[in-house]
Design a protein around this ligand. Structure first.
Ligand SMILES: CSCCC(=O)C(=O)COP(=O)(O)O
Ligand SMILES: [Zn+2]
Length: 213
């Protein structure tokens, strides 16, 4: 039987506070409607702290998160982790530098995911705000946000993300059709900056489509 790690309660409380703060901010912007969305932070090299399934993500408290291993298995609790935990732990497994993953369901994210599902990608070019994504230093770059089909089978989404990354294509976030966005960062602050940047860029693209239709 695998050893159950003794939890560092100070570390867990610190992650819980950061996750709850992020949830309050994102919820206040209307990006987490109707208990949607989920958030996580890396706890250590083999574990993450993730939101418990079904909680109101705009009103999280310290008891609304739990520890999982990087296979998504609960550690030290009988609570049920987010239904989308597999998409969080995938990022922690793939990149040891990733420290936080955010998933939201804003109106713009959802509408854009529907409009660009067939193309399979939203390509941003010419926006100064592309520089808010780590590694982008000029508006004269192309930033791709893929759109994957929605499914209740998390393994299918995990495979699509793996395929994108295994093809060597840069990935800083992705949309799921009719669902929402995933993005991440080395820290919670970086993950929030990426989320805000994608939300802003999607809003611009949607406005341009309306204004130039
Ligand atoms: C009510 S939203 C449907 C599930 C979802 O997409 C989501 O983001 C929240 O699921 P969780 O299990 O993390 O609460
Ligand atoms: Zn979701």
């Amino acid at each position: 039987m695998p050893d159950t790690p003794r939890l560092d309660h100070a570390r867990l409380a610190s992650c819980a506070r950061d996750i709850a703060d992020a949830g309050r901010e994102l919820g206040a912007r209307g990006w987490t409607p109707a208990t949607s969305s989920n958030f996580s932070m890396r706890y250590d090299s083999q574990h993450a702290v993730v939101t418990i399934s079904g909680r109101d993500k705009g009103r999280l408290g310290v008891d609304d998160v739990m520890v999982v291993d990087l296979a998504g298995k609960p550690v030290g609790t009988a609570s049920k982790p987010s239904a989308e935990t597999a998409l969080h732990v995938q990022m922690y497994r793939r990149d040891p530098q990733i420290g936080a993953v955010l998933h939201t369901h804003s109106h713009n994210q959802t509408v854009a995911s529907r409009l660009y599902a067939q193309a399979g990608v939203v390509r941003f070019a010419g926006y100064e705000l592309q520089k808010a994504i780590t590694g982008y230093t000029t508006h004269e770059s192309e930033l791709d946000l893929p759109v994957f089909p929605n499914t209740q089978e998390m393994g299918e989404l995990v495979d699509r993300v793996d395929a994108w990354l295994d093809a060597g294509k840069p990935l800083h976030g992705y949309l799921i059709d009719g669902h929402g966005i995933y993005t991440w960062g080395r820290t919670m602050a970086e993950a929030k900056r990426h989320l805000e940047a994608f939300e802003f860029l999607l809003a611009c693209e949607l406005d341009l489509r309306r204004l130039t239709a």
